[in-house]
Design a protein around this ligand. Structure first.
Ligand code: ADP
Length: 481
């Protein structure tokens, strides 16, 4: 077992070498206290080139082995992560802020992608195609796409990494990762454990530093054949553009603006429980968090009252404190954004029924908030708040609710509560989103395809589909005459 001091590395990892000298450094702080957790080297273009070259060197031997051999290494990595779940959870909470129980849950979730894709790689079947001419034979191979670059956000410092690296490695690719500068230590700790699991050097390179410099080199490189990114639509679009000259394959998991619909026939207590789970997880800082609630007139008053009551009971505090359910937001700007969304809604006629302002604890804490009487044209319905604020809109009929739910450029997750079977099908089919939670507020799992439509992204992560993005098809046409 490794202790926290051995896992918390103030370094980048390139070609199996921990780079712990740099001219410039990036400080990582604890959102709960503002104290410095540690620092990582601020690397740039030169080191990114080195990391890409290391990945290119490492990949052939790794790809040449069998899926079963790769799975054995990945399985050891999985076991080590599970064995270190507590300490990894603590590192994650310190740099990210989420409650420790949630952080440990994320570690298990992160690990699940490794186990899943290690197994899936054994089932990467090609095709034997009935030929178009009597003297031809056609076979389709699936081969690893090449060096993969991954750029990840701060809200899931562990899961966003394994969701990308596990399918890439399982498929036979080598990787270069740029973790978010707010949360690099979880990524580095995972890399320590990969090394301990026996993953050959150069297959995971972790480059910390300047996003623009590192991103620029990763996107411009002809060696990097795929970029996988989770983050904002704004940066995703920029990376898409930067990848155009080298015609890279892309997976983009971008912003959301998830609607949460509650129909008159819903079980109101279940809907409130689902709303709390979906809205307030990670203090509202997930791309699948419910961002807007639409509640039908017949159930509206009961839902609002019960949601406000439940929100008021959520304990706010440092993630390390036992019993905390809502931790701090990632930074001061996040607090300001939540406040701005509340103020805008109130100035246009919404009413605060719970919370509504920064928490008395000060710092980066914001009260779990519920707003009712929310109407179109309030910013909160149009932009992702990424904070613990639930705005509720009243609606009368189903078609109108669907139209409002779809009146957004985004389409990642959506949720609805209803019991009428016909309605369940109608709404599920009409909602424009990649993921629909029906009578549930929690939808993330490694066994299902995760991803969005419209401006929420490209590609799917997890499930049997998730590995396809790391494979290329090659068709062999043989003349046997
Ligand atoms: P978030 O709001 O989640 O921080 P961002 O899209 O700003 O979303 O950041 C997600 C990831 O993208 C982070 O790792 C960040 O450092 C990185 N990033 C930000 N700007 C760029 C850029 N110009 N090129 C490459 N990566 C970037």
């Amino acid at each position: 077992m490794l202790a926290e001091a051995q896992l918390l590395r103030e370094a980048s990892l390139i070609d199996g070498i921990w780079i712990d000298a740099a001219d410039e450094w990036i400080s990582v702080d604890d959102p709960a206290t503002g104290e410095i957790v540690g620092r990582v080297p601020k690397l740039g273009a030169r080191e990114t080139e080195q990391a890409i070259a290391a990945a290119e060197r490492a990949m052939p031997a790794w790809a040449a082995g069998t899926a079963k051999e790769r799975a054995a290494v990945l399985r050891r990595w999985f076991d080590l992560i599970i064995a270190h779940q507590d300490v990894l959870g603590r590192i994650l909470t310190r740099e990210q802020g989420k409650p420790l129980a949630e952080a440990k849950g994320e570690i298990a979730y992160a690990a699940s992608f490794i186990d899943w894709f290690a197994e899936e790689a054994k089932r990467v079947y090609g095709d034997v195609v009935p030929p178009h001419m009597a003297d031809k034979r056609i076979v389709v191979l699936k081969q690893p796409i090449g060096v993969v670059a991954a750029i990840t956000p701060w809200n899931f410092p562990a899961a966003m990494i394994t969701r990308k690296l596990a399918p890439a490695l399982a498929a036979g690719c080598a990787t270069v990762l740029k973790p978010a500068s707010q949360t690099p230590f979880t990524a580095l700790a995972l890399a320590v454990l990969a090394e301990k699991a026996g993953l050959p050097k150069g297959l995971i390179n972790v480059v910390t530093g300047s996003a623009a410099a590192i991103g620029g080199v990763l996107t411009a490189s002809k060696t990097v054949r795929k970029l996988t990114f989770t983050g904002s639509t704004e940066i995703g679009a920029k990376l898409y553009e930067q990848c155009a000259p080298t015609i890279k394959k892309l997976s983009l998991e971008l912003g959301g603006n998830a609607p949460f619909l509650v129909f008159d026939d819903a079980d109101v207590d279940a809907a409130v429980a689902g709303a709390i789970a979906s809205k307030y997880r990670n203090a509202g800082q997930t791309c699948v968090c419910a961002n807007r609630f639409y509640v039908q007139a017949g159930i509206y008053d009961r839902f609002v009252a019960k949601l406000a009551e439940a929100a008021n009971k959520l304990t706010v505090g440092p993630g390390m404190r036992e019993g905390t359910l809502i931790g701090p937001l990632i930074d001061e700007a996040a607090v300001a954004k939540a406040q701005e969304h509340v103020d805008d809604a109130v100035s246009k006629g919404a009413t605060i029924v719970a919370g509504g302002k920064p928490h008395a604890l000060g710092g980066r804490y914001f009260e779990p908030t519920v707003l009712e009487g929310v109407k179109p044209a309030m910013i909160i319905l149009e932009e992702e708040t990424f904070g613990p604020v639930a705005p509720i809109v009243r609606f009368e009929d189903e078609a109108d609710a669907i139209a409002q739910a779809n009146a957004t450029d985004f389409g990642l997750a959506a949720y609805f509560y209803a019991r009428d079977l016909g309605r369940v099908w109608r709404v599920a089919e009409a909602i424009e989103a990649g993921i629909v939670g029906i009578n549930t507020g929690l939808i993330s799992t490694e066994v299902a395809p995760f991803g969005g439509v419209k401006l929420s992204g490209l590609g799917r992560e997890g499930s049997r589909h998730g590995i396809e993005d790391y494979l290329e098809l090659k068709y062999l046409c043989m003349d046997i005459s």
